[in-house]
Write a protein that binds this ligand. Structure first.
Ligand SMILES: Nc1ncnc2c1ncn2[C@@H]1O[C@H](COP(=O)(O)OP(=O)(O)OP(=O)(O)O)[C@@H](O)[C@H]1O
Ligand SMILES: [Mg+2]
Length: 360
């Protein structure tokens, strides 16, 4: 598989700059997941790689060779589009085999490949139909099948599972994870789904406005986000942020704000010794708040809504004027209107600079 490198890649549409100079290295055989808010340039990045958009600046290298002048068909890339882009007049079998037929592969090989992939995607019974006769989720699987029958070195997936129902989505995610282990290909996968990003990615790249905020393993991004954006983006329900001010008490640094005062971990305290009186954001994940009162730090919250989700419940609460989400095990039911003191381990409290939003 080629190692792919985007070097100072830029894309503008007229005066609108979508990608400022972007540097990104995709290691050989790696499953990379691109995440970021809508409109941040994820599809544009894939389309540039596939050769469907021209570059406004910079270069793309496959194993060190510049490829930006190559036609899409010469790039050895298969792409699954966000909007399917199926040929309406061709049946599903013809849609799926399009690239293989262009390559003039033997019919028996084409039939075999289409069948194997269609069975894997559970669309084997739809091969004679036209795209208009399928549901959105079925069309999405055809779009995926059309890419998977190809023997490309690199696969680009643009939200390939977004139109499937929850059960099918989970099944396809598992199939993809299995496929991932059996074939050694470069895969670049765009998704808005946290679980897909965390479970499929060897590496996750978090983008905002065309700028890479952080890249790393799912665990690195979750446990050590570099800034408030990444911390708030990774994890569901999303991290709580409260306005706080640092102060020194005994050996520890404390963070206080409207309705709370909590000690920080020994490690953070030593890092922040000189930062007392600084204005910060306090970041606490909903799952880090617990009904365990023995923990060193605690915060008292007034529950406004309790949402029962089965195994867990998500509580919307208030701390002063801020909203705080809490995720707890449903074995203990909390009612709307209750005032509850939640414990939190100091190691689970993150502190971000109020101005730069960088994590200490
Ligand atoms: N052909 C075009 N002309 C002008 N602007 C465009 C064009 N294509 C995309 N854009 C703009 O470029 C930006 C990035 O679009 P892109 O499709 O890459 O976003 P995305 O991250 O894939 O978003 P989503 O998650 O909604 O799919 C958007 O602001 C979009 O409006
Ligand atoms: Mg997109």
């Amino acid at each position: 598989m080629p190692e792919i490198m985007l070097q100072q890649v830029e894309k503008s549409y007229g005066s609108v700059r979508v990608l400022p100079p972007l540097d990104l290295k995709l290691n050989d055989g790696e499953f990379t997941v691109l995440v970021g808010p809508s409109g941040c340039g994820k599809s544009t990045t894939l389309r540039i790689l596939a050769g469907l958009e021209t570059l406004s600046g910079g270069e793309i290298f496959f194993d060190g060779n510049p490829i930006s002048k190559l036609e899409p068909k010469d790039r050895d890339i298969a792409m699954v589009f966000q909007d399917y882009a199926l040929y309406p007049h061709m049946n599903i079998a013809k849609n799926m085999s399009f690239a293989l037929r262009l390559q003039k592969r033997p019919q028996s090989e084409i039939d075999q490949k289409v069948k194997t992939v269609a069975d894997m995607l559970n669309i084997g019974h739809l091969l004679d139909r036209k795209p208009a006769e399928l549901s959105g989720g079925q069309r999405q699987r055809v779009a995926m099948g059309r890419a998977l029958v190809r023997d490309a070195s690199t696969f680009l997936f643009d939200e390939p599972l977004s139109n499937l129902d929850a059960k099918l989505r989970a099944k396809m995610r598992t199939e993809l994870a299995e496929m991932r282990q059996s074939i050694n290909k470069n895969m670049i996968y765009v998704t808005h789904d946290q679980v897909e990003a965390m479970t499929l990615g060897d590496r996750i790249v978090v983008m905002c406005d065309g700028i890479i905020q952080q890249q790393g393993s799912p665990e690195e991004l979750f446990k050590s986000p570099v800034n408030k954006f990444v911390a708030g983006f990774m994890g569901s329900p999303t991290m709580n942020f409260l306005d706080g001010v640092l102060s020194q008490k005994n050996e520890r640094v404390w963070v206080s704000g409207d309705g709370f005062s909590m000690p920080l971990s020994a490690e953070l305290s030593s890092k922040l010794q000189d930062a007392k009186d600084s204005e910060v954001y306090v970041g606490i994940r909903p799952s880090s708040l617990s009904l365990d009162n023995d923990l060193e730090a605690s915060i008292t919250l007034k529950v406004s809504v309790a949402e029962y989700l089965g195994t867990t419940s998500v509580l919307s609460t208030r701390c002063g004027n801020a909203e705080v989400l809490v995720e707890i095990n449903s074995t203990r039911r909390v009612q709307s209107g209750e005032t509850v003191t939640f414990g939190v381990k100091p190691e689970d409290i993150m502190i971000f600079d109020r101005k730069s939003e960088i994590r200490f």
